[in-house]
Write a protein that binds this ligand. Sequence first.
Ligand code: DGL
Length: 293
Amino acid sequence: MSSDQPVGVFDSGVGGLSVFQRIRANLPYERLLYVADSGHAPYGNKPAGFIVQRSLAITEFLLEQGAKAVVAACNTATAAAIVPLRAHFDIPIIGIEPAVKPAVAMTRSGVVGILATGNTVRSDKFAHLLDQHGHRARVLVQPCPGLADCVEQGDLNGSRPRALLERYLMPLLSAGADTLVLGCTHYPFLTPLIQELMGPEVAILDPSPAVARHLRHRLAVGGLLADHNANGGERYFTSGELEPTAGVMARLLTESVNLEVLPERFRSAEALPASSLSRLQNDPVATSQSILA
Ligand code: DGL
């Protein structure tokens, strides 16, 4: 493993770009690879076994591209797949989870709202997070079906995200929430609309700066930080259609994006490279996570 190898970042689609942007700002010398699994988005309502399969296939692709570390820039994929990913790949794998701990420490009203996908809020990992930190405030959990799709389609302030957010946010506002956790990496792109609906007093927490700091720390500890004279740079891949995905990504990043198609063998729903499959079949930890389901 050497420091000039790239860092891989993936999400169900374009949402992980909110994390990618932070990583790029914090680690400008790093070469970055971004995979948007747009062909299979959203993950928020898919079976856990499917999300595990996709996460393994994408990580295998990133390793094939020489990744020295991988960031699962997706709360839903982290909840479903971080354990099998770490069991099967011998590089740092960084995940993301809703910022419950900072939110309960920060609230003044004692009421915290959490927006996330259905799969994230139903996961054991999230239940554990609430068990650990949720008791220090009244924590209201709001699953948000359809919201990530709006971002995926580049609709950041149209009537659809507005109607969904009015429905999801109003109960939190009425209950007195003064701190809101964005528990899905798509949602930071809706921050202006969320702030408009919640009002200027409500604090909105996005955990991506903490993820970027954690990645920097892991790379530093492993002696893997890129040289400060390196040029950085990025490549973007999708399992979906090049258009409209490239257009949406360019809009979110406010720069043009040269999007490449993920190679066929990593693109299909069943894609799971033979090497991973044989490792999984011999691994009780992985099978207990229903990877083969
Ligand atoms: N961006 C993802 C997350 O952080 C999931 C969105 C989806 O695909 O449902 O949870």
